[in-house]
Design a protein around this ligand. Structure first.
Ligand SMILES: O=C(O)CCC(=O)C(=O)O
Ligand SMILES: [Fe+2]
Length: 277
């Protein structure tokens, strides 16, 4: 099944991928990282639950534009963006394309066996760096126990002892790029196909949405509804890493075309799969 990408495919011309979206203009990589981390200090950084942090307006407009261009290119291939098929015969309303590892319910593989059998595009190093900066910005080097990340695949959510988190150890190896049109939603779920309890980094561009962030026990209440807007960062790790979450509503027409997205919502999650090979 292939649908056009209203407001995504049709807006703006594809361009070369950026080599970095993390740097400050002409100031070098380190300055860019410091800038991004301190942007999170000055922004209204809000801890929604232990280890779950919302940083509004974290991405600059230039970073959002660069990500839109890059995502539009990835949506074309080598594995085209698609509505993921569910084992129960359903189809997700969100369209997704993956980098590094391909996700289909409920496993990661290198090839997109439910799409065209082709290996997914690599996760570029600039996106890995952006993820690392995002984790540092969200946690601000504080409270390691709430942000435990164990890169070793032998550590799972069942075997992990929090307390050894370091942002530099954060090396995402997959990105799931989701495109939501005005009707798309995502039901309450846990991100639990990873064999790592490293944080999930979520970046939003385009239309605002209601992001429902719940608890680790049940897909129902208690939960907190967070408005995610263009440029927002949300990181969930530590005790919140396996919390249920979802997107019950996108707010059409609330994004700015200046991002390069005429309509709809783009969400990029970076994760560590804990897989090898
Ligand atoms: O779109 C979002 O903000 C969340 C996406 C998500 O939960 C997922 O891809 O697993
Ligand atoms: Fe998720």
């Amino acid at each position: 099944m292939s649908t056009p990408l209203p407001g995504f495919e049709s807006f703006g011309a594809p361009a070369a991928e950026p080599t970095s979206v993390g740097s400050g203009e002409g100031r070098g990589e380190q300055a860019g990282v410091e800038q991004a981390v301190s942007r999170a200090t000055s922004a209204a950084r809000r801890e929604i639950a232990p280890g779950a942090v919302h940083v509004p307006g974290w991405l600059s407009l230039a970073q959002q534009q660069a990500l839109v261009v890059a995502c539009r290119n990835w949506a074309r291939g080598p594995v085209p963006i698609r509505h993921t098929k569910l084992p129960n015969g359903g189809v997700m309303s969100v369209q997704t394309v993956c980098l590094g590892w391909h996700w289909q319910p409920y496993a990661y593989t290198r090839t997109a066996d439910d799409v065209n059998g082709v290996q997914v595009a690599e996760l570029p190093s600039w996106l890995v760096e952006l993820g690392r900066t995002a984790v540092a910005a969200a946690y601000q080097g504080r409270d390691p126990a709430t942000a435990a990340a164990h890169p070793s695949p032998t550590h799972t959510r069942d075997t992990c002892t929090p307390g050894t988190y370091t942002p530099l150890a954060y090396t995402p190896d997959t990105a799931l790029i989701n495109f939501y049109d005005a009707q798309a939603k995502m039901g309450m779920h846990q991100d639990k196909d990873e064999r790592s309890n490293a944080p999930v980094v979520s970046l939003s561009i385009g239309d605002r949405c209601v992001f429902r962030f719940g608890n680790t026990e049940t897909r129902t209440k208690p939960y907190t509804d967070v408005e995610l807007a263009s440029g927002d960062l949300f990181v969930f790790g530590g005790p919140s890493r396996f919390a249920y979450h979802g997107v019950p509503k996108v707010r059409p027409g609330t994004g700015s075309p200046a991002t390069g997205l005429a309509g709809g919502r783009l969400n990029i999650t970076l994760r560590m799969t804990g897989l090898r090979g």
